[in-house]
Design a protein around this ligand. Structure first.
Ligand SMILES: [Zn+2]
Length: 110
């Protein structure tokens, strides 16, 4: 499943989407951006830690080994959670007025 433009409904490949800034739809040229709530879903660190601990417990690790392997497995679990989350729940896009509404700083260069 790929995200679609809310303006023209064309499917937009992941490589064309910017998660940090606004971007133009390849179909209609409308400025779009990823909804902020979706970006919070991508930072599901604690869920990934829970998966890492659960996987270590299921394998049979206990004690100090459980602690350290859960920490080591945290980052790979977070990557897997993020990738599967993006595949199962594609980003919801919204129309943006232009590329300047996502900037949170003032440029010193005109
Ligand atoms: Zn479009």
């Amino acid at each position: 499943m790929m995200p679609t433009c809310p303006h023209c409904e064309v499917a937009i490949p992941y490589l064309r989407i910017s998660f940090a800034d606004s971007f133009r739809c390849p179909g209609c040229g409308q400025w779009l951006r990823v909804r902020r709530a979706y970006l919070y879903l991508l930072t599901e660190y604690w869920g990934a830690l829970a998966i890492s601990v659960a996987a270590s417990l299921l394998i049979g690790f206990r004690g100090d080994v459980l602690f350290w392997l859960s920490l080591l497995g945290w980052v790979p679990a977070w990557i897997l959670v993020t990738l599967f989350g993006m595949l199962l729940f594609p980003p919801r896009l919204k129309v943006s007025k232009n590329d300047s509404d996502t900037r949170t700083f003032t440029s010193l260069v005109p």
